[in-house]
Ligand binder design. Structure first.
Ligand SMILES: Nc1ncnc2c1ncn2[C@@H]1O[C@H](COP(=O)(O)OP(=O)(O)OP(=O)(O)O)[C@@H](O)[C@H]1O
Ligand SMILES: [Mg+2]
Length: 355
C-alpha cells in the first residue's frame, strides 16, 4: 500500500559536516519524485534518512502520517533499490525473490506463488531457475526490483539504480520502472545525477545543492522558470549558455559582453546600467538568415548526431547552438541568430538568483 512521505525541516550532521540543511519536502502518495544534484549534495543521505539507515539530527519525518523517529528500517516498510543489485549469487532468481518473505515467516507455497506473480510483473517468469551470473545487467536490475516489489512496501526508494547499465538499456529500464510504478500505484523516490532521467521519469523533481533544496517542481517548471543560475545550468541538455551583460540606456535591451557587444531586445523594462548574467538555452538560439538577426557569431566547431547539429561558437564565452534542421555549416562560417525575448533568462551575477 503506497503512502505519503513528509519531510519537515530535516537536518543531518556527520560530526562537524552539515549534510542536510532544513530540508522540507512532501512526497505525495502515488507520486514519482526524483532527487537530482551534483555529487555530494546529499541525495543518498536524504534517501537513507527516509529508509532509516541514517538517523536524522533534526526535523520530522513521517511515512503514512506516522512519525518515524526511533522506528528501525525494517519497521518502516520501505524498499530500497541500489545501483549494485546485491543479489545472492548462490540463490536462483526465485530464491532471491522469496528470501525476505521466507525470513518474515511466509510459508513456502505462498512465497512461491508471490514470486510467480512478481516475476510476471517484471518479465522474469522464464528466468526463475537461473542464477544471477546467468543474467544480463538489465535482468539483474529487474530481480532487484522484483525483490523490492514482493514486499509490497509503502514506498520504493531508488538510489541511482541504472548507472551500471549501458545507454540503450538505461533508456529502456527507465520506461520500465516508470510503467511499473504506475501499474503498482506506488510511491517512488528516485535519486539520480542524470537530469534527463529525472525529467523523463518524475512527476516532481527536487534539485539539491550542498544539502539544501534549491528548487522543486514539475520537470517543465524547472526548465521554464529556474529560480537560480544553478538550476538553470543543471536542468536542460546541452546546458544553458551564460553571458554577462549590462542593461542598455533604453532600459529595454541588454548589451552582452561578447565579441562586438551585441544588444538583445528584452521585451521588458529594467534598471539602466544593471549588471546581469544572461541565460540562453542552446535550443532557443535559432539560426536565421537575413539582416534582422540579433547576433552574428563565428563558428568554431560543428558536431552532427544525425538528428541534431551542435554548433560551438568561436567567442568568449563560447556559446552552444542546437539546430535540428540539416545544415552545411563548418568551422569558420558566421551564423546569424534570432532569439525570442520570452526565452531570455536573467540572473543576478552576485546572488545567482533569477531576476
Ligand atoms: N558517514 C559519513 N560521514 C561523514 N560524511 C558523510 C558520510 N556520508 C556522507 N557524507 C558526506 O555527506 C555529503 C553528502 O553525501 P551523499 O552520499 O548524500 O551525496 P550524494 O548526493 O548521494 O552524492 P553522489 O551523487 O556522489 O552519490 C558528502 O559530502 C559526503 O562526503
Ligand atoms: Mg549518492
Amino acid at each position: 500500500m503506497s503512502a505519503q512521505i513528509e519531510l519537515s525541516n530535516i537536518e543531518k550532521h556527520y560530526g562537524a559536516f552539515h549534510a542536510l540543511k532544513n530540508v522540507s519536502l512532501t512526497i505525495e502518495k502515488g507520486s514519482f519524485v526524483a532527487l537530482v544534484g551534483p555529487s555530494g549534495c546529499g541525495k543518498s543521505t536524504l534517501l537513507r534518512s527516509i529508509a532509516g539507515l541514517e538517523t536524522i539530527s533534526g526535523g520530522t519525518l513521517k511515512i503514512a502520517g506516522a512519525v518515524m523517529t526511533g522506528v528501525p528500517p525494517r519497521k518502516r516498510d520501505v524498499a530500497m533499490v541500489f545501483q549494485s543489485y546485491a543479489l545472492y549469487p548462490h540463490m536462483t532468481v526465485e530464491e532471491n525473490l522469496t528470501y525476505s518473505l521466507r525470513l518474515h515467516g511466509v510459508g513456502k507455497a505462498e512465497a512461491k506463488a508471490k514470486a510467480a506473480e512478481v516475476a510476471a510483473t517484471t518479465g522474469l517468469s522464464a528466468l526463475l531457475k537461473r542464477y544471477p551470473r546467468e543474467l544480463s545487467g538489465g535482468q539483474r536490475q529487474r530481480v532487484a526490483m522484483g525483490r523490492a516489489i514482493i514486499r509490497n512496501p509503502k514506498a520504493f526508494l531508488f538510489d541511482e539504480p541504472l548507472s551500471n547499465l549501458d545507454a540503450a538499456l538505461r533508456v529502456h529500464m527507465r520506461k520500465e520502472i516508470r510503467a511499473l510504478h504506475d501499474r503498482l500505484g506506488a510511491t517512488s523516490v528516485y535519486v539520480t545525477h542524470d537530469q534527463i532521467e529525472a525529467m523523463t521519469m518524475a512527476d516532481h523533481v527536487v534539485v539539491m545543492r550542498d544539502g539544501v533544496i534549491e528548487q522543486q517542481g514539475s520537470p517543465l517548471e524547472l526548465y521554464d522558470t529556474p529560480v537560480s543560475k544553478f538550476v538553470a545550468g543543471f536542468i536542460g541538455s546541452p546546458a544553458m549558455n551564460f553571458v554577462p551583460g549590462t542593461i542598455a540606456a533604453d532600459g529595454q535591451s541588454v548589451r552582452l559582453e561578447l565579441e562586438g557587444n551585441p544588444v538583445l531586445p528584452l521585451g521588458r523594462t529594467m534598471e539602466v546600467g544593471r549588471q546581469v548574467m544572461v541565460g540562453l538555452r542552446p535550443e532557443h538560439l535559432v539560426i536565421a538568415e537575413g539582416g534582422d538577426v540579433a547576433l552574428q557569431l563565428p563558428v568554431a566547431v560543428v558536431e552532427s548526431t544525425g538528428s541534431m547539429t551542435y554548433v560551438a561558437t568561436n567567442t568568449t564565452p563560447e556559446l552552444t547552438v542546437v539546430e535540428t534542421r540539416r545544415t552545411h555549416l563548418q568551422a569558420g562560417n558566421t551564423i546569424g541568430i534570432t532569439i525570442d525575448p520570452g526565452h531570455i533568462h536573467m540572473f543576478d551575477p552576485t546572488t545567482g538568483l533569477a531576476i
